[in-house]
Design a protein around this ligand. Structure first.
Ligand code: ZN
Length: 128
């Protein structure tokens, strides 16, 4: 099994930093739909007959925002672990996480075994 080593830090830092920026942008959009920071009020006029669809859209946005917020937390944690040179180690068991898993999910804090234990404990948890 190939595992992470510190020579890969710049690679993962780049991926995680970019992902963090994407998630922050997505959350900013979800949190401030009216464009409060000088967005020229593009969405200021809300037509009442559009409200129903706006509402269902908002529910989807909220779920996405929750997911994005959770992922952002993971991404930040991963960046912190890069700084602390503990990146690539499972937070639960402390073993090295398979490099293929890190490539697929750079922000994951757990190895495959611990992740599956967590998913069995909480079957409703969203799959990454
Ligand atoms: Zn583990």
């Amino acid at each position: 099994m190939k595992t992470y080593d510190s020579s890969l830090a710049p690679h993962f830092r780049q991926i995680l930093t970019r992902r963090e920026a994407e998630l922050r942008a997505a959350l900013r959009t979800a949190a401030e739909p009216a464009g409060t920071d000088g967005d020229a009020g593009a969405h200021e006029v809300v037509d009442f007959k559009d409200m129903a669809s706006e509402e269902s859209l908002a529910a989807v946005d909220e779920a996405q925002a929750t997911h994005a917020a959770l992922e952002l937390e993971q991404v930040r944690g991963a960046l912190q672990r890069l700084d602390e040179h503990t990146y690539g180690d499972c937070l639960d068991c402390g073993k090295s996480i398979d490099l293929r898993r890190l490539e697929a999910m750079p922000a994951t804090p757990y190895c495959t075994a611990c992740q599956s234990v967590r998913e069995q404990a909480r079957p409703a948890a969203t799959h990454p």
